[in-house]
Design a protein around this ligand. Structure first.
Ligand code: NAD
Ligand code: DAU
Length: 357
């Protein structure tokens, strides 16, 4: 691993991963390829922007000629592919972009590395790796008492987002099987932590609560997600890159499965505690049950036995500590919050998704 191209490195997990990689791999060069959609922001990377081992390139993963050139220009030996449309609610209001980015974008990258690494033998095959970052949502939804998903569980994606990610997973696997592409693939549960765009549950609730705005809880709030701090996810991906078996997939999860309402109430309790002079106490009074998400998955739960026994990974952070740290991060980064929330795409989205709920 000498030159790592991180796609979607200006997004939430990608930017955390770039910080992580530059910290733990002192000799690696990082190329961040990002289109800077509404979800990407160079504000997430201010403190690495002048690092000589870091290069930002603005571009679209669907642009085949551009991606072909970039791989050769930097002699990329490792691709860590985060770039995607990632918000389930947006995939319900506008699915087309999800198919274009998540399916065609992944296909374009796969075909570019196939040509450069395999067809033209641009680099020794033993030295290259395509790592695909995917989601637990490809497995669908669990009912109460059903066993957690393993790497052998069947795919049953329910939302257009999940279906587009499932398609991309299948394409990755097919390039391994048919062309011998050295790949690894991880399916991870819900992340939270610094730099998460405030359309997702945890940052949305933190920021609305601070401002005394309603806290929208879909349906009965009893849906269950498997929460993982983003730093733990970054550590897992790095470990898979270093020690994971080529052609393998690994499930990653947080071993935390509270109901959404419990997450929202916990954030309210933390804010009651840390904001001693807040006007809106108790923050729980701001909770507002709203119309449910269409097709809303009920429960996610990842079995992390394989990555634990093969690679020795398990999450380091408890949810209680991770949530406290995350609330404190948003409170101590008002400038970052202000830049993100000024974006027209953010204001437009809040109106589109919540006004008529
Ligand atoms: P995000 O929405 O915060 O960031 C996505 C990034 O991709 C943005 O910087 C955006 O500008 C970039 N991008 C979008 N389209 C692009 C294109 N055509 N070309 C180049 N760049 C483009 O997403 P995230 O939450 O950081 O998720 C990253 C990856 O991890 C996604 O593939 C997602 O499916 C997966 N994932 C996310 C979670 C989670 O909880 N957030 C959990 C499991 C897996
Ligand atoms: O499971 C992994 C997935 O987690 C990733 O693949 C996705 O990229 C990521 O966005 C996330 O998807 P979710 O739909 O689970 O995350 P979100 O933060 O949007 O919602 C979490 C839960 O909270 C979900 O059950 C819906 C609910 N919710 C969400 C919002 C935005 C609410 O109740 N109110 C809200 O306003």
């Amino acid at each position: 691993m000498k030159t790592v191209m991180v796609t979607g490195g200006a997004g939430f997990i990608g930017s955390n991963f770039i910080h992580y990689l530059l910290r733990v791999e002192p000799d690696v060069q990082v190329i961040n390829l990002d289109a800077l959609t509404y979800a990407g922001s160079l504000e997430n990377l201010v403190d690495v922007s002048s690092n000589p081992r870091y290069t930002f390139v603005q571009g679209d993963i669907c642009d085949a000629v551009f991606v072909d050139d970039l791989l050769r220009q930097y002699q990329v030996d490792t691709v860590v592919h985060f770039a995607a449309e990632s918000h389930v609610d947006r995939s319900i209001l506008g699915p087309r972009q999800f198919v274009e980015t998540n399916v065609m974008g992944t296909f374009t990258l796969l075909d570019a590395v196939r040509k450069y690494w395999i067809q033209e033998k641009g680099l020794p095959l033993d030295d290259v790796r395509f790592h695909h970052v995917s989601t637990d949502e490809v497995f669908g939804s669990l009912s109460a008492g059903e066993a957690a998903w393993t790497e052998e569980s069947s795919y049953a994606p329910n939302s257009p987002y999940a279906a587009s990610k499932a398609s991309s997973d299948h394409l990755v696997r097919s390039y391994g099987h048919t062309f011998g592409l050295p790949y690894t693939l991880t399916n991870c549960s819900n992340n939270y932590g610094p730099f998460q765009f405030p359309e997702k549950l945890i940052p949305l609730i933190i920021l609305n609560a601070i401002e005394g705005k309603p806290l929208p809880v879909y349906g009965d709030g009893q849906q269950i997600r498997d929460w993982l701090h983003v730093e733990d996810h970054c550590e897992a991906i790095h470990l898979v890159l270093k020690k994971g078996k080529t052609g393998s997939t690994y499930n990653i999860g947080g071993e935390n499965q509270p109901a959404n309402l419990t997450i929202v109430e916990t954030i309210c309790d933390i804010l009651d505690e840390v904001l001693t002079d807040a006007q809106n106490k108790p923050h729980k009074n701001l909770i507002n049950f709203v119309t449910d998400r269409p097709g809303h998955d009920r429960r996610y739960d990842m079995d992390i036995h394989k990555i634990n026994t093969e690679l020795g990974w398990k999450p380091r952070r408890t949810l209680a500590q991770g949530l406290l740290d995350t609330v404190n991060w948003y409170l101590s980064h008002p400038d970052w919050v202000a830049v993100i929330r000024q974006k027209q795409e953010y204001k437009g989205w809040m109106d589109a998704n919540y006004k008529s709920r």
